[in-house]
Design a protein around this ligand. Sequence first.
Ligand SMILES: Nc1nc2c(ncn2[C@@H]2O[C@H](COP(=O)(O)OP(=O)(O)OP(=O)(O)O)[C@@H](O)[C@H]2O)c(=O)[nH]1
Ligand SMILES: [Mg+2]
Length: 377
Amino acid sequence: MIEEIGKNPGNSIENKGFIKTGFASIIIPTYNENDNIVPLVERIHAAIGDRPYEILFVDDNSRDGTADTAAALVPKYPVKVLIRKNKRGLATAIIDGLLYSQGEYVCVMDADLQHPPEVLPALFREMDNGRDLVIASRYVPGGGCEGWKVSRRIMSKGAIALAHIFLPDTRKYSDPLSGFFAFHRKVVEKAQLNPLGYKILLEILLMGDHKSVAEVPYTFVTRTRGESKLSAKTQKEYLRHLASLMHRKGEDIRFIKFLLVGASGVVVNLSAQFILKDLANLTLPVAVAAAIEVSIISNFLLNDKFTFRDRLSGSGSNFLSRLFKFNGVSLVGAGVQYAITLFLALAIGIYHIPAALIGIVIATMVNYLVNNWWTWK
Ligand SMILES: Nc1nc2c(ncn2[C@@H]2O[C@H](COP(=O)(O)OP(=O)(O)OP(=O)(O)O)[C@@H](O)[C@H]2O)c(=O)[nH]1
Ligand SMILES: [Mg+2]
């Protein structure tokens, strides 16, 4: 009744059995959730209606009897219990659940009733309407978080903002970090999933193959039984997961390209200044200003053709509007560099060369982030 599962090297999702059409597999990771199991299964059963389904608990060897409580429900409900003896984390528990599940449709939710099972019909309705991934979202109109302190709200919104900034493909979704979602199995069939920590949806959104995604609102309610497993480690894992996804999506290479273009701009700037001042005999103020503009335009053209080429379709903006935006951002960047350099040198007393270097680094980051977010959105 309880199946012990070993290590899954490479996070394989090649299924162990026969896939049933129209069938829903609800995968629930558990760690010390004993008191939540019975009400959770009863509420899922009541909410799901006529749809054939199974519930897979993937338990990381809880010490409070979670697996036994779940196994005791097997005679009455379509429940499977998988145990992993060495605790290996939430996201990989979902992957292991996938491996042993049989449904064409897969739903992921927490065990602690913070994800109300009564939302399941809305998720499956969207799936029936042809969506291949449906997110239960806290941040679309009608959704919310019950009883969260300001600090938890800031953490949640901050984590989403990081994803939106550094992984631009997530910008379409208001809750890419939700732990409650449903998807068609084909979305992940060929995906190379390598998640870390909690945010399996982020991994599926970025590495899966989906064409139509919907968000339906829900309210994340307060946990009434059991304890939260969120910790500082979870937050660090999230940052490492972000970095790993940035690498796999080529976002780190994009930043390196932007730096290379910036370096080429220095050469263009100095060459143009030499030509305009020494060969064309313009006055110095005119030559300096014109050379700066020439390098901004050259940087723009290179970034447009090289760094952000993949963003040109569907960005909604035309060439001239991107050029104006890039010009504006470059001038703001120069202002940032100017202000930081003077502040560090005059107010803090740092020698002006390292002060300028810090100014350049910060201004480059600002330029990159704003252009990434706005010019080539
Ligand atoms: N298998 C497995 N499940 C886990 C692990 N850590 C957490 N879970 C389960 O994942 C779900 C979410 O964990 P929670 O601690 O509730 O995290 P949260 O909902 O983001 O945080 P809270 O609002 O504080 O409860 C629950 O069903 C947990 O039992 C783990 O290491 N392994
Ligand atoms: Mg929880």
